[in-house]
Write a protein that binds this ligand. Structure first.
Ligand SMILES: [Zn+2]
Length: 111
């Protein structure tokens, strides 16, 4: 026995989910200062690629995360403006990056 007509009526969860989200009102991004991403270039790119999409009217909020590192030799923590910097106190190159490489979406507010 087969039920070909019933198979056609199965709901499609993905389509229903998309129908609930009409547009994005706000998108928050976290971009680290040593992520290699230029915020101005990113904003320009986003304004171009979002045209005609649900992101078109969204307010884009970009949070800059200051690069930070800790020296493994002396324990000193310092601000990092380049991906590779020696410790400013002891000049050691054995430093661990604590933050600043982020490049992700923090929140999306949708309708
Ligand atoms: Zn040090």
């Amino acid at each position: 026995m087969s039920y070909p007509s019933q198979q056609k009526s199965f709901p499609l969860p993905n389509n229903r989910h998309q129908a609930r989200c009409q547009k994005i009102n706000e998108m928050e991004l976290e971009i680290g200062t040593i992520s290699g991403i230029e915020v101005e270039a990113l904003e320009t790119a986003l304004s171009i690629v979002s045209r005609g999409t649900m992101l078109e009217k969204a307010k884009i909020v970009i949070h800059r995360i200051q690069g930070k590192a800790r020296c493994e030799e002396c324990g000193h923590e310092f601000a990092l403006d380049l991906p590779f910097m020696p410790c400013p106190l002891c000049q050691s190159v054995h430093v661990v990056i604590l933050q600043g490489k982020e490049s992700h979406i923090k929140t999306l507010k949708a309708e």
